[in-house]
Design a protein around this ligand. Structure first.
Ligand code: AMP
Length: 113
């Protein structure tokens, strides 16, 4: 079951600017970008929070990172990028469907706020 806003994007029930898709993942532009390039890479399988990722998801979650690498090549991101996964309230997770933020196109500060 995919009953979050991201589930609706997976099912093409609401529009998104999709930059990559395969059988197990989809990546699309964030509607509220925090950098010139801000993409969300998500598994099609619903896992609500990173804390609920289990051993059986190892390949799936690893895949999100290789997708990021593919997107970097596709979009010609040569100056670096940041990959972030928020978990829970204090980290500001607002959508309960695991997602990897990919931020690029500007100098990013560290530590994040
Ligand atoms: P997080 O706060 O880590 O849960 O990230 C959720 C992200 O999803 C935020 O950066 C939102 O801007 C983004 N977002 C929410 N709804 C949509 C949508 N319909 N299409 C694209 N991005 C979205």
């Amino acid at each position: 079951m995919n009953d979050t806003i991201f589930g609706k994007i997976i099912n093409k029930e609401i529009p998104a600017e999709i930059v990559y898709e395969d059988d197990i993942s989809i990546a699309f532009k964030d509607v509220n970008p925090q950098a010139p390039i801000h993409i969300l890479i998500i598994p099609k399988k619903l896992i609500d929070m990173p804390q609920n990722i289990t051993d059986e998801d190892d390949n799936l979650v690893g895949h999100l990172f290789s997708v990021a690498s593919k997107i970097a090549k596709k979009l010609n991101i040569t100056n670096g990028y940041r990959l972030v996964m928020n978990n829970g309230q204090d980290a500001g997770q607002s959508v309960l469907h695991v997602h990897l933020h990919m931020l690029a196109g500007r100098k990013l500060t560290w530590p994040p706020g």
